[in-house]
Ligand binder design. Sequence first.
Ligand code: ARG
Length: 591
Amino acid sequence: MASVPSLASNVQQRLANALSAALPEAGSADPLLRRSDRADFQANGILALAKRLKGNPRELATKVVDALGTESDEVLREVEVSGPGFLNITLTDAAIIETLAARAADDRLGVALKADPGTTVVDWAQPNVAKEMHVGHLRSAVIGAAMVKILEFTGEKVISRHHIGDWGTQFGMLIQYLEEHPHELDHRQGGEVSGEEAMSSLDRLYKAARAHFDSDEEFKARSRDRVVALQSGDPETLALWQRFVDESKIYFHSVFDKLDMEIADADIVGESGYNDMLAETCRILEESGVAVRSDGALCVFFDDFKGPDGEPTPLIVQKSNGGFGYAATDLSAIRNRVGELKADSLVYVVDVRQSMHFKMVFETARRAGWLTDDVHAFQLAFGTVLGADGKPFKTREGKTVKLEELLDEAVDRATAVVREKAEKVGLGEDEIIENGRYVGIGAIKYADLSTSAVRDYKFDLDQMVSLNGDTSVYLQYAYARIRSILRKAGDARPAAHPELELHPAERALALHVDQFGEVLAEVAGSYEPHKLAAYLYQLASHLTTFYDKCQVLSSENAPELVENRLFLVDLTGRTLRQGMALLGIRTPERL
Ligand code: ARG
């Protein structure tokens, strides 16, 4: 494991040094290095600096070039002053290929581990017991899984928490109904229960319980008593409750399996997991004065949260009937995650519509001292999934869409796309089925990950499995094409040749490959996985231009040229594969 600094960071550093050597009064000014079409990089920072120091930018730029001393430099081939005072910077071919060769020699592609890794608890994939999962749960799962992988890759210690909705008053009626109809959750003896079966019996039970609850006052009263029994830990009631949880987990796991995602049972710590802490959480809040009684309820007030009527909207930690709600649970979870799990960062991958809840919860936890200044709490908020009509995604009948059906449909469509090309590529039936899954599930994940999380996005399967444009299939094809070239290369092996002159399309591809680690560090730091998706899409686009301009396996190419191009293609493939893996998307060898 050897980390390889990127050429951009190397040049940036040297420019910054030259700047302060040429102009000690500039302090540590940013040279503002950018990729450029005219040279490899352009530095624009001198303009602003000259303005600030009331100097002539071109003169200043010339001084910086002198301070750089590029004469027979190993990395800088040419640094030229252009326009009003930009620097155009061209690197030597050797530096580019040697840097990439160092990456290729490393399992982590030379990507540095974080210097000061901490512990991040990521709260993601949190469906609700006895309820169908919806597209919002899908988003949390997809974005959360990617975020976990990306953070882990940077060396951060990550603990996942699936804060499932497995507690609350609605369990009263469910448990009561099950107690009165004890065989409702029984399944055929033997054979395993499928996720779909589990969900449909839960759903049936839920509807029946609801109907009773709404029409039968005595059942309603018995259900209310059940809530009390559940909260006081009555063993028979807990055992019945557990059956709902177990049945739901069968369903959750089947959806996560379809999503090609691993969810560890040990990380499923739902609302019930904090039950023992709730009373204490409220007591501390009340005793410290952070929360006060208002009409019997225990509330926390804020200056900046007001309802439409202008009245302050409080965070209610305990209802007037003594019941604890969502907020008390989340506050207790913070105590656990910071106090016991020793988290430095808390990330919540949750619908943007819960933003106010989290703002209030974080602020309350800060006032109570559970969140200190050295703990960062962040809601990675995501927007709503919309249908083709631009309205929240529903079936034609206006019902919420069943996730499993949606995933199956994506896989069906993707399989059809894969099948069309299967003969040409020589895929057998098993591979068609497998690739169909990887393409279909990849399409759903990528659509979710390729736009900034907080924006709403349209769920459009046709677009998602399209071969053109910013889709996962496009990236998967780019990868498969790379693998196919490497197979066709026969005896020719990828090998770096720093002595060769690079074509502009090779430089563009190479410099983009070289940025991988920096993009990852940025994505991990700002919790923005869509920037990794954008990077990978650009990588595939650079590759396409490269193929257009540069033949790889042409018989007219000298053997070194073939080897060097294979080297570039191979490293691009490894980068693409690694990046896609971090997004949770497979890259089949043949497609
Ligand atoms: N179960 C909740 C829902 O379906 C999401 C839970 C989010 N996590 C949390 N710590 N509140 O909306």
